[in-house]
Design a protein around this ligand. Sequence first.
Ligand SMILES: C[S@@+](CC[C@H](N)C(=O)[O-])C[C@H]1O[C@@H](n2cnc3c(N)ncnc32)[C@H](O)[C@@H]1O
Length: 282
Amino acid sequence: MTSTLKNKIQQFYDASSGLWEQIWGEHMHHGYYGPTGKEKKNRRQAQIDLIEELLNWAEVRQASHILDVGCGIGGSSLYLAQKFDANSIGITLSPVQASRGTERAQDAGLVTQVQFRVADAMEMPFADNSFDLVWSMESGEHMPDKQKFLTECYRVLKPGGTFLMATWCHRPITKATGQLTEDELHHLAEIYRVYCLPYVISLPDYEAIAHHLSFHNIRTADWSDAVAPFWDSVIDSAFEPKAIIGLFGSSWDTIQAALSLGLMSRGYRRGLIRFGLLSATK
Ligand SMILES: C[S@@+](CC[C@H](N)C(=O)[O-])C[C@H]1O[C@@H](n2cnc3c(N)ncnc32)[C@H](O)[C@@H]1O
């Protein structure tokens, strides 16, 4: 992984995670608003519902050793450890996130069960066949080599274990829809710049990689409709006084990300951005 991208991602999350937690709480991912996105609910509940709906969709009923790849401040790591009475390890590029995750595990009385480390998902510091659930919630879009990323997830997964990923994608490229247009590429480039992404791929592209790696029971789904309302809710919250005050003291990257929230909602509206799910077993 190039150190420039790694540094940018690290700095982005080091600088913005505190404000995000203050406004949004511990989960740094979309919310689930029902299959068609029409359900009205509290934003934190929507984020928890996304975790539950994903587990349900992938039929994950138990886990004992969980890896949370790209863990943020440990929202999923702690939630899953508590839900399954499991051990979990969260990895992130951001030292600020890793230490906040550790603090949160201490506060929850879960330090022996839940750990956080600064580590690169492209070269994970874990032995082969270590985890029975490898969970990646909205981190795949940051990975500079999607094939290598899935190869690492496959490597550390125990035989019979489940890989479950939710990630930002672009629309599939089919004969009917054609290649991405200049305008779509420009729109994507803006999203990449603001949110520190090298590039995204389509869900069928991820599926092809998973097949190539000999994953079994591969399933995919597009949940764009279910999660798209999330961005309108983020935009509303950005006008709350505590968000505006918080942004005054923030880095330019954080301010830019806040000012560019409309990029994602427009991306969903035009069908360019897709919220892709992939589950598979080893
Ligand atoms: C949008 S946040 C998602 C956080 C978390 N999964 C959640 O749902 O709250 C993306 C996370 O991916 C992590 N990340 C990005 N690239 C990574 C890499 N190469 N290795 C490890 N973590 C990475 C970031 O540090 C950040 O924690």
